[in-house]
Design a protein around this ligand. Structure first.
Ligand code: HEC
Length: 435
């Protein structure tokens, strides 16, 4: 047999392209090592997260470089794993007897996605906060268990440092354990499955000499690691202003590149948060995992698997198109922002629809407002007519602008600890007291 130890990682015919999965593994190990080092100087609370990252980047020896390596390792591993998966799909190498390998490989890909996603939220800057708001929107839109899902994610009613600690536990404990476990399972299955037969069905005597394949992959690994270091230095990851939990929130909720397409759809279609943010990605993930059990044909040659390849191509094009649209939107928004002088902002107190404000701060969850029967009764009924007689405008503004500051022991708080801005406060006051 020409298949020696290393032969199972190379196709039957000589191929100058690297074993992509192996490169992904090397980079992922780099991500784990740099992550452990970063943990020495990071703190997962909203008070401390962003300043601790700024500190790492500017004061810690090699801290900026380390952070760059960690960030880019996550992205590189994700891309390499995806390319590896695409290649396996193209070659039909996911079919029996390698189905278990495909399933475990998909698991590894999801874990890498999880790392990159929680990683950007851990920055604890305004953009991360906006990202958590979107994630919570999707979680709480889940039918039946929405409230529980949201509470599980946030660690309470509102976004707080508990939320960040949860993300930190996922990022630094749950996912690494899952990754190591899955990779070990993958390697074991890989050995057991033997060499992947290319669809060309080459005979044994064309099998590569394995030292040559090792050399090839080593050279490629060198190239990719060098590229990683160049990226880490030339394109350091950004860090935004520290998140203000009580602030008006940042309109800039752009997630990382791999979720831009979901965001673009959410932005396009209103009121279908769960369908788009939960069900659709879930369906795609299900399709990915189930592929070897859906496409059961024995045929491996791509030209005899046209329908399957066409569907995959359509999905990839759809995701690519939406991503491009989202990038373009971001671009356009930045440009219009730059063009608009600040003083053309809408006048405070101008025509303002009150309903979205009541909804945003969930006033009706605790108050019956203007006799509306659907309102809650945690707080006193708020009534337009009586209000002017019982309370002053000033009292109302003080109370509503910041309930916790007005009265420490208050039972009144707003979702995600946000506070109304001047415009919203004016609108509320006007609604209950008139002009
Ligand atoms: C989480 C529940 C909750 C939400 C949400 C909430 N409130 Fe309250 N609110 C209360 C409770 C409870 C009180 C009673 C006093 C206290 O605990 O501060 C109260 C008191 C008030 C008072 C003082 C009334 C009085 O009799 O002194 C005003 C005014 C008020 N809320 C307005 C609002 C407005 C406007 C909103 C939405 C922007 C809102 N509240 C959202 C729970 C809530």
């Amino acid at each position: 047999m020409a298949h020696t130890k290393y032969a199972f990682v190379v196709p039957d015919r000589w191929d100058p392209l690297p074993t992509l999965g192996l490169l992904a593994l090397v980079i992922a190990v780099g991500g784990l090592v740099t992550g452990i080092l970063l943990a020495f100087n990071y703190a997962p609370t909203f008070e401390a997260a962003q300043p601790s990252i700024v500190n790492i980047s500017s004061n810690v020896t090699l801290g900026g470089f380390l952070r760059g390596l960690h960030f880019w390792a996550g992205n590189f591993a994700l891309v390499l794993a995806a390319l590896h998966g695409i290649r396996v799909f193209w070659n039909g190498a996911y079919k029996a007897p390698r189905r278990a390998l495909w399933v475990v490989g998909c698991g590894i890909f999801l874990v890498l996605l999880g790392f990159a996603y929680t990683g950007y939220l851990l920055r604890g800057d305004e953009r991360a906060l906006a990202g958590i708001v979107v994630a919570d929107g999707v979680a709480s839109s889940t039918p039946v268990v929405g409230g529980a899902a949201s509470a599980l994610l946030l660690g309470g009613e509102v976004i707080s440092s508990v939320t960040l600690v949860r993300l930190y536990a996922i990022h630094t404990q749950m996912l690494p354990v899952a990754l190591v476990g899955l990779v070990l399972a993958f390697l074991w299955l890989w050995r057991r499955a033997g060499p992947a037969r290319a669809h060309t069905d080459a005979s044994d005597d064309t099998a590569p000499a394995w030292p040559r394949a090792i050399l090839r992959d080593t050279v490629w690994a060198g190239v990719v690691v060098t590229l990683l270091a160049v990226f880490a230095v030339a394109l350091p990851p950004e860090i935004g202003p520290k998140a203000d939990l009580g602030g008006p929130g940042s309109p800039d909720a752009q997630p990382e590149w791999f979720f831009l397409w979901v965001n673009q759809l959410l932005h396009r279609v209103d009121g279908m948060t769960f369908l788009i943010g939960g069900l659709l990605p879930g369906l795609l993930v299900g399709l990915m995992f189930g592929l070897p059990f859906i496409a059961r044909g024995k045929e491996r040659a791509p030209r005899r698997r046209i329908p399957e390849i066409a569907i995959a191509l359509l999905v990839l094009l759809g995701i690519g198109g939406l991503t491009a649209a989202a990038l373009n939107r971001e671009h356009v928004e930045h440009e219009t922002e730059a063009e608009q002088p600040a003083d053309t902002a809408p006048e405070a107190g101008a025509e303002f629809d009150i309903a979205p404000v009541l909804k945003k701060f969930r006033c009706a969850q605790c108050h019956t407002i203007d006799g509306d029967e659907d309102g809650g009764d945690t707080g006193p009924a708020l009534n337009r007519k009586v209000f002017g007689e019982l309370y002053t405008r000033k009292y109302f503004r003080l109370k509503v602008s910041n309930p916790g500051e007005f009265w420490e022991d208050t039972g009144m708080s707003y979702p995600r600890n946000r506070l109304p801005n001047d415009e919203e406060l004016d609108a509320l006051t006007e609604h209950f007291f008139g002009k």
